[in-house]
Ligand binder design. Structure first.
Ligand SMILES: *Cc1c(COP(=O)(O)O)cnc(C)c1O
Length: 234
């Protein structure tokens, strides 16, 4: 068995254990394998082990990887989880299935306008800044309801939920706190009538805390593919 296949099994066990702890069905938590900086062969090995959903941070790197994996087209589901500039929206609208990192209406409008008619609506999460000043990306919680209402109205996007990248923390309690805040924000939007079902939160170090607070996608890189060679730039 490849080490990536073994890692996928182990991460699956971690997710299942956290689901048992929180009385959640394990089908309610899906694994997004974060393949940023990994070569196409690593994605191919994960696909051979049954993994279908992959997260990328950098648009050009992702497009190059998709081209190298063109023989698997239709079998892989691509998620953008990194910052998105307006000059890259067309490529993203044409090539990705999900974008987790929308935090401005202008970007959402461009994605909706540029989503090709022959593809299903682009699945979108709004990135929320749950750590206050420490993080620069993400919509502030106070501005979230207005942004969510506006994005939900765009015809070629399907707003699914919220995403966050909290500051790293050492204890389970400290890891759970920002995830609990994101879950509360999702519930608030649901109470306002938005049909949302997705919380994208939790990474290699804190996926248990995220599952305990209701994560539906955990985004896991290092624990699946090993330590990244290149630092995660830009
Ligand atoms: C890199 C990255 C991850 C994965 O982080 P790991 O600690 O390697 O699991 C998850 N989410 C985002 C947004 C990332 O940039």
């Amino acid at each position: 068995m490849s080490s990536i296949a073994e890692n996928l099994l182990q991460v699956g066990h971690r997710i299942q254990a956290a689901c048992r702890l929180s009385d959640r069905p394990s089908a309610g938590v899906r694994l997004l394998a974060v393949s940023k900086t990994c070569p196409p062969e690593a994605v191919r090995a994960a696909h051979a082990a049954g993994q279908r959903d992959f997260g990328e941070n950098y648009v050009q790197e992702a497009l190059d990887k998709m081209a190298a994996l063109a023989d698997l087209r239709g079998q892989l589901c691509w998620h953008l989880i990194g910052p998105l500039q307006s000059n890259k929206t067309r490529a993203v609208a044409e090539a990705f299935d999900w974008v987790h990192s929308v935090d401005r209406l202008k970007i959402a409008q461009r994605l909706s306008e540029q989503r090709p008619a022959w593809l299903p609506p682009l699945q979108v999460c709004l990135q929320v800044n749950v750590s206050g000043e420490a993080s620069k990306s993400g919509v502030a919680p106070a501005d979230l309801p207005a942004l969510a209402q506006a994005v939900a109205a765009l015809p070629r996007l399907q707003l699914r939920g919220l995403m966050s990248i909290p500051e790293p923390a050492d204890t389970l309690a400290a890891q759970r706190a920002p995830h609990a805040r994101l879950q509360a924000l999702l519930r608030d939007l649901q109470a306002r009538g938005l049909a949302l079902d997705t919380l994208s939160m939790g990474m290699s170090a804190d996926l248990e805390a995220a599952v305990l607070e209701g994560a539906s996608w955990v985004r896991v890189g290092t624990a699946v593919f090993g330590q990244r060679q290149r630092p995660a730039a830009g």
